[in-house]
Design a protein around this ligand. Structure first.
Ligand SMILES: [Fe+2]
Length: 124
């Protein structure tokens, strides 16, 4: 069944309350750090970390393969990672001309694709 298949579709935490999240959700939900307000077309930094809520393994058999950043449904950037030599904490420099919530997808080789909670951003 799809519902029990981590490799079907995109996984997401069922609650935004960390106290209610499972360990699997805490390990895989990407966390976005970015300003709440930015100036139109002015560069700012978005930092993404997978395993911030609970450390995710980073070894040859189990690691985060990639991280992608979106503005709404619009793809902005992607970083591919290797285990041990890199960590799933990455920064992107972006400049937006209008606003959609930032969103991140990240893929674990053992537990599939996970998305972040949307990060609301105001473009002035
Ligand atoms: Fe995993």
């Amino acid at each position: 069944m799809c519902n029990n298949d981590l490799f079907c579709g995109v996984n997401s935490a069922q609650s935004t309350d960390i106290a209610e999240m499972s360990d699997l959700e805490k390990k895989h939900t990407p966390v976005i750090e970015a300003p709440g307000t930015v100036k139109k077309e002015e560069a700012f930094v978005v930092t993404v970390e997978v395993g911030k809520l609970l450390t995710h393994p980073n070894e040859n058999g189990h690691y985060i393969e990639w991280v992608e950043l979106y503005s709404g449904d619009t793809f902005l950037a992607r970083t591919d990672l290797v285990p041990r030599l890199t960590s799933p904490k990455v920064s992107f420099t972006v400049a937006l001309d209008h606003e959609h919530p930032l969103m991140v997808k990240a893929r674990c080789n053992m537990h599939g694709v996970w998305k972040s909670f949307p990060h609301r951003i105001t473009v002035e």
